[in-house]
Design a binder for this molecule. Structure first.
Ligand code: SF4
Length: 215
């Protein structure tokens, strides 16, 4: 496994490759971000961004979304995978924001994960991007990159990946690193065809070296 120092060396290189990495989900406030992240489970940000402008134009606030007919919500998000469940979740989530949090998105992980459709990853994205709270959300890209570079064990669960990253990366860099690793995984170390042949991290990447040896 990579040491703390080597992990930061790899991440510094990723920062240089993707200096403008940021949340790609379209949103104007914490509520819209929360809804967009719920919708992004097992779906691409691109597909979510195609649907949310019309959804947010029709239902811009928790009260509007909570009162919207479920079929109308489904109609707005039916291009996104798992849209029926997600429609139920975002409507129920909006209702709970009104009932329990005065219509505001809560800031703590404990409160966020108590909302319908919100797991630890979603809570971490909202904490980091809406409120600037230190958090590392482990999505498919962050997990894949962390494992390929052996920042964590190949057998690590998502929670173990998060714990390892939090141990190896200074807290003030968690949010920036989360975005940078997503960009690195989305645009460079892709799931099916990572760009190992032009990767500046090849010298420290076992996965890349073994892929290159097979070519
Ligand atoms: Fe990913 Fe290949 Fe770079 Fe390793 S060498 S980080 S597998 S692109």
């Amino acid at each position: 496994m990579l040491s703390k120092e080597k992990t930061m060396e790899a991440i510094e290189i990723m920062y240089e490759m993707f200096p403008d990495a940021e949340c790609e989900l379209i949103h104007k406030d914490p509520f819209q971000l929360l809804v967009a992240v719920i919708l992004s489970a097992q779906a691409t940000d691109v597909s979510v961004n195609k649907a949310t402008p019309a959804l947010f134009a029709a239902y811009p606030t928790p009260s509007a979304l909570a009162e919207a007919p479920i079929e109308a919500i489904i109609d707005k998000i039916k291009t996104i995978g798992l849209y029926r469940n997600k429609a139920k979740n975002i409507k129920a989530c909006a209702a709970q924001l009104l009932e329990r949090f005065n219509g505001e998105v809560p800031r703590t992980r404990e409160e966020l994960v108590s909302l319908p459709g919100v797991g630890r990853k979603t809570a971490n994205v909202v904490m980091g991007d809406a409120f600037g709270e230190p958090a590392i959300a482990v999505d498919t890209h962050v997990e894949r990159v962390s494992k390929r570079l052996r920042i964590c064990k190949l057998s690590a669960s998502v929670t173990e990946v998060e714990d390892t990253l939090m141990r190896k990366i200074p807290k003030e860099l968690w949010v920036k690193t989360h975005h940078t690793m997503i960009f690195f995984g989305r645009y460079h170390c892709l799931a099916r065809s990572p760009k190992c042949d032009i990767c500046p991290l090849l010298y420290m990447c076992q996965e890349g070296k073994s892929r290159m040896n097979k070519i």
